[in-house]
Design a binder for this molecule. Structure first.
Ligand code: DGP
Length: 112
């Protein structure tokens, strides 16, 4: 399957990894939008939030167990934002489910 993030998980494309376990992978965004910008992804290929279902919900839930650990390790004690773009109107550019974790500065009060 020709998926950029699957290739990153396999190590075929280099990335700056910040976390990995049996079902979750996290790495620094190549185009950071905040001082800390980490992408947290499932190792399974789920195309977007629209692809979350009863069969992969545990894997997705694990992402949300990991995000606070990553935030703490990154020193985001003053808060952070979690975003997932889904589909064209949201400008999703990589069709592998990912959660942006943004922090390290005061973020905009506007989300769109
Ligand atoms: P989105 O627009 O929500 O689909 O976010 C995709 C993000 O992926 C975007 O912020 C840039 C990031 N990205 C794209 N290609 C690469 C890459 O090759 N390496 C890394 N580390 N990040 C990438």
């Amino acid at each position: 399957m020709d998926c950029l993030f699957c290739a990153i998980i396999r190590g075929e494309i280099p990335s700056t990894k910040v976390y990995e376990d049996e079902s979750v992978f996290a790495f620094r965004d190549i185009n950071p939008q905040a001082p800390t910008h980490v992408l947290v992804i499932p190792k399974s290929h789920i195309p977007s939030v629209d692809g979350i279902n009863g069969e992969n919900a545990v894997e997705v839930a694990n992402i949300f167990r990991v995000i606070p650990k990553i935030a703490a390790a990154e020193g985001l004690s003053n808060g952070y934002r979690v975003i997932s773009n889904c589909g064209a109107d949201a400008c999703q550019s990589v069709k592998h489910l990912h959660f942006h974790v943004l922090g390290g500065a005061q973020l905009s009060d506007k989300m769109a």
